[in-house]
Ligand binder design. Structure first.
Ligand code: GAR
Length: 209
């Protein structure tokens, strides 16, 4: 029987609700039979709320803060990140609210290993303000996309995509709430697919079998 056990690392930049949700679902404390091992959480922003949350509530998670706010810090960040990836033999790099752009070189070296979540139905509303942009535009349907990362920003083979309807009574706050709730559900689903070896990329498309 094949062993599908996967080591993952989570990258986050801010609040970290997606990161916390993944930890709650897959940390060894909560699941002794999990096929997903969270080897570390890496934050690029020393002021991010996620840092204190992990320190206070998840002392068993290896937490790394590698400063990367300015573009000039990217090389050092990626060097540190690569060391962590090698140290823990990481299979998948999970971007969970990671708001910086990784270099083409890093992405190409880790092709088909980096997964991102984006709060819109890509290719619509790329960028760092997707929820607000969709709301301001007045679209009736937006959603969430989870995809493999390629050098082109907010692009790459789509793993899972689900819609969120914007009703007349929605505000930006209620829309954000709906999107985050869906994101949490979807990231777990994708990680479960990975842990069962059910994802394959062929011809630039993700197949779930
Ligand atoms: C999430 O909505 C995520 O999709 C988005 O940032 C938020 C982070 O929330 N990511 C992007 O916009 C990436 N381009 P969280 O810190 O509470 O997980």
């Amino acid at each position: 029987m094949k062993n599908f056990h996967k080591n993952i690392i989570i990258l986050a930049s801010g609040n970290g609700s997606n990161a916390i949700n993944i930890i709650n679902n897959f940390s060894s404390a909560n699941s002794s039979v999990s096929k997903i091992s969270i080897k570390a959480l890496v934050c690029n922003n020393p002021d991010a709320p996620i840092i204190d949350k992990v320190k206070n509530m998840y002392a068993d998670i290896n937490l790394y803060c590698l400063p990367f706010k300015k573009a000039a810090e990217r090389t050092l960040f990626e060097k540190g990140l690569t060391e962590i990836i090698n140290k823990y033999k990481i299979d998948y790099i999970i971007l969970a609210g990671f708001m910086k752009i990784l270099s083409n070189d890093f992405v190409l070296k880790n092709l088909n290993k980096i997964i991102n979540i984006h709060p819109s139905l890509l290719p619509a509303f790329k960028g760092t303000q997707a929820i607000k942009d969709a709301f301001d535009y007045g679209v009736k349907v937006t959603g969430v996309t989870i995809h493999f990362v390629i050098p082109e920003i907010d692009s790459g083979p789509i793993i899972l995509q689900e819609p969120v309807f914007i009703e007349e009574y929605d505000t930006i706050e209620t829309l954000e709430e709906k999107i985050h709730k869906l994101e949490h559900k979807m990231y777990i689903k994708v990680l479960e697919l990975i842990s069962c070896g059910k994802l394959k990329i062929a011809d630039n498309r993700v197949k779930i079998f």
